[in-house]
Design a protein around this ligand. Structure first.
Ligand code: ACM
Length: 766
């Protein structure tokens, strides 16, 4: 279906087009073809809606509901065509230009002075209505004017998804519906509902009541492995959806042409299920192993044991689940991040391997997924699994959701399996959007709006034939650090709008500057809908390295927004100067200044602080060298003293600079010193931030003896940060930590200033 659009459009409109004047038309996602016509269609509350059958009457009622919400009135629906002043819904068969393939999501909208017509199949007309609502002003002032135009529009991809994790934090039905409403507004058609995980089981299964009577509860501690700095408030988390609520959400989504795909995680991410029914882990874990709903974040070794009892349970669960989602062609069965420790140690699994001729535990996982797939296929549904299900051999009919980059998706497409692209680098909407010093707590990383907009779901590695297996893309929102609907909204919007364009619009029509302009016109609508979106930064805010004593920083605040700024390091607020002309920044030699701003939007809501760092000086040049061995050299010294009896240092190579790798070698609570040496590869030119969060003494050297951090520390944890402009390339680096006893803490992170900090080691070589 996805490739038909271009062909049909070309055959329908072999005339020349003038694109609608901007300022008038701010549709997101950008429509395929918009041509200007002369005049305006003016409607008021006496305008009629003309329908020809039950299906077009459904469209009329959808439009009326939206008009009622926005303007407080509905239009009269009739089957008799008046002379003028009417909106008409038509099936595509009536179109002058020929037959559409059944189910096509392509609509045509003709706005003429006397009438406004929307043509297409049901979902297509729905998208036409969404486009129409975007052409209408937010306020009704006696009449509404729509400039005459013709639009022919349809999606690039057939699968346009948004995911939501409701296990880590439960999200109420009302919020799920609001999430679906916004998906519909931007022409998404698939909601991936992540219903089960280690930290909570959230779907009622009648045959196994303990899944929710036990599996929904966790006593929150927030001692998460991802964020050791975060101290939780100890509030418990609970909640699940009854089957009636699930049916209600599914029907709500269906009325908006959105399919809901449930995810039941297996064989890993199963702690909540195992806490409820520990017997499903027996044969793998020891008989007295205590399963519990996990209170921390991470990847755990708790896993379903592949016994007949487990398969019977999962089949029963899937059977009930499938019945609740009758319109979904898919069931998502998870399959990610399965630790194999329990299976490796299990006599039952080792025996199974022999019996089934399975080479290793990856093949045990494949056996598991294949058995589940067979059951799901027999029920007339297909499975989707995360890309790990490729390991050990892909199940025959599985669709792959590629999240660890595009690699899994490429492999699957080449093997003629359908693929949905959801790579972390572009569409993990739980990742940060700015400086972690100011952004709400999140899982880390940096996926700003522009990065999402630059996402290309079809990788160049695929031939045209292979590319057909890429059925679409999706953003994932994991909620470890997102406790409330408002927190989810901050991460979802406006990034979801950027993704809508990636998945709907033609690749060659994508233009970020143009998108930003159209986006600005959408934000007041999101305000009206009470959406806690992240207010975009103004254009022009950036890091600068200069050898001049003064620079002028020009910002371009979006229409209707106000920018307040400071240059003295203080936190800006509504009392700080308002940006009205370029800011002059003067700097002494070697000085670093930070332009801090807040943006107040048209609704009066204030953004978090956004920054641009300005450095006077030269960029450091890389040390002329090459080093390709991943990781660093380490030297471990115990104890630290001047005594001649110090044992000789222990030396080695390592891929990480975490302390716990030495736990087998030394007592980490006693004094010790550790030094890591090698090279840091700056991936691009930029103003880099290096941060060390530690107790006791720490040193960071870059290049030949350039000391960036040198601090004796205390028994209390302390955050040290330094900013340095680097040209892309390799720099000698030496990082030292001198522990003087007690609970050690040492964490090194780096990043481009203002763009998130990483605890990643791929850029370390020696
Ligand atoms: C995933 O993010 N573990 C699919």
């Amino acid at each position: 279906m996805k490739h038909l659009f271009a062909a049909i459009v070309i055959s329908l409109f072999a005339v020349s087009f003038i694109f609608a004047q901007s300022g008038e038309v701010n549709i997101v996602p950008k429509p395929g073809i918009v041509t200007d016509a002369s005049g305006t269609f003016v409607f008021n509350n006496r305008t009629k809606i003309v329908t020809s059958d039950k299906d077009t009457r459904t469209s009329a009622s959808i439009l009326n509901d939206l008009l009622l919400q926005r303007y407080g009135f509905k239009l009269e629906v009739t089957s008799k065509e008046p002379k003028e002043n009417y909106i008409e819904f038509m099936p595509p068969g009536v179109m002058a230009h020929g037959e559409m393939p059944r189910g096509a999501e392509i609509y045509a909208m003709h706005v003429e002075p006397q009438r406004l017509r929307i043509q297409g199949f049901d979902a297509a007309r729905f998208y036409g209505i969404q486009t129409l609502m975007q052409l209408l002003p937010l306020k009704f002032e006696g009449k509404v004017e729509v400039p005459a135009m013709r639009i022919v529009d349809g999606p690039r991809f057939q699968y346009r998804g948004m995911h939501l994790d409701v296990s880590r934090h439960f999200m109420p039905v009302e919020f799920v519906k609001k999430y679906i409403d916004l998906m519909a507004q931007y022409k998404f058609n698939t909601f991936h509902w992540h219903l089960t995980d280690d930290q909570g089981w959230r779907i009622e299964i009648k045959k196994y009541p303990k899944l929710t009577t036990v599996g929904q509860y966790r006593n929150e501690s927030h001692e998460g492995s991802y964020s050791p700095t975060f101290k939780g408030d100890g509030r418990p988390v609970e909640g699940f959806y009854t089957q009636e609520q699930i049916k209600d959400v599914v029907a709500y989504a269906k009325a908006r042409y959105i399919t809901v795909i449930p995810e039941i995680e297996l064989p890993g991410h199963a702690s909540a299920a195992l806490a409820a029914y520990p017997e499903l882990g027996k044969g793998c874990a020891s008989p007295d192993y205590k399963f519990e709903v996990k209170k921390t974040w991470g990847i755990f070794k708790e896993v379903f044991c592949p016994t007949d009892e487990t398969f019977k349970f999962l089949e029963d669960v899937l059977d009930e689940t499938i019945k609740l989602f009758p319109d979904s062609p898919y069931i998502h069965i998870g399959g990610d991040e399965v630790l194999k420790d329990f299976w490796k140690a299990s006599a039952f699994v080792q025996d199974l391997k022999k019996r089934e001729n399975l080479k290793d535990e990856h093949e045990v996982q494949s056996y598991f997924i294949r058995r589940i797939e067979k059951f799901v296929n027999a029920k007339g549904k297909k499975i989707i699994g995360w890309d790990e299900i490729l390991e050990g051999g892909i199940a025959p009919n599985a669709t792959i959701m590629s999240w660890r980059g595009m690699k899994g998706g490429i492999e699957a497409a080449k093997a003629k399996h359908d693929v949905i692209m959801t790579p972390t680098d572009y569409v993990y909407f739980d990742y940060g959007q700015g400086d972690p010093a100011y952004e709400p707590l999140n899982i880390g990383g940096y996926v700003p709006l522009e990065k999402v907009y630059s996402f290309e779901p079809v990788p160049p590695e695929l031939t045209a034939d292979e590319a057909k297996y890429v059925i679409g893309g999706q953003a994932n929102i994991w909620t470890e650090y997102l406790e409330t609907p408002a927190a989810v909204e901050y991460m979802a919007y406006p990034r979801m709008l950027a993704l809508s364009e990636v998945l709907w619009s033609k690749k060659e029509d994508r233009n970020y500057t143009d998108f930003q302009k159209r986006l600005a016109a959408h934000l007041p609508m999101l305000d009206k809908q009470n959406v806690n979106y992240r207010i975009p930064e103004p254009d022009g805010l950036r890091n600068i390295v200069t050898n001049k004593a003064s620079v002028s920083v020009e910002l371009k605040p979006a229409n209707g927004t106000r920018v307040h700024y400071t240059l003295d390091g203080s936190t800006p607020d509504e009392r700080s100067p308002v940006y009205s002309k370029p800011v002059e920044v003067t700097l002494a030699e070697g000085e670093v200044k930070t332009l801090k701003i807040v943006v107040v939007n048209a609704a009066g809501r204030k953004s978090v602080v956004y920054t641009g760092t300005i450095v006077r000086g030269e960029m450091l040049q890389p040390d002329a060298t090459s080093a390709n061995t991943p990781g660093l050299n380490y030297t471990l010294v115990v104890p630290i003293s001047d005594s001649a009896q110090n044992p000789p240092p222990q030396k080695g190579e390592t891929r990480s600079i975490l302390l716990n790798q030495f736990a087998q070698k030394i007592d980490l609570k006693q004094p010790f010193g550790v030094q890591f040496d090698g090279y840091f590869r700056a991936p691009s030119d930029g103003v880099y931030e290096f941060q060390i969060d530690s107790t006791w003494g720490t040193t960071l050297l870059l290049g030949d003896n350039r000391k960036l951090i040198d601090d004796a520390g205390t028994a209390d944890r302390k955050l040290r940060s330094t900013v340095v402009p680097l040209k892309a390339g390799l720099y000698k680096i030496s990082i030292r930590y001198d522990h003087r006893g007690g609970e050690p803490h040492f964490r090194f992170r780096w990043g481009i200033k203002g763009q998130g900090l990483r605890q990643a080691y791929a850029e370390f070589v020696h």
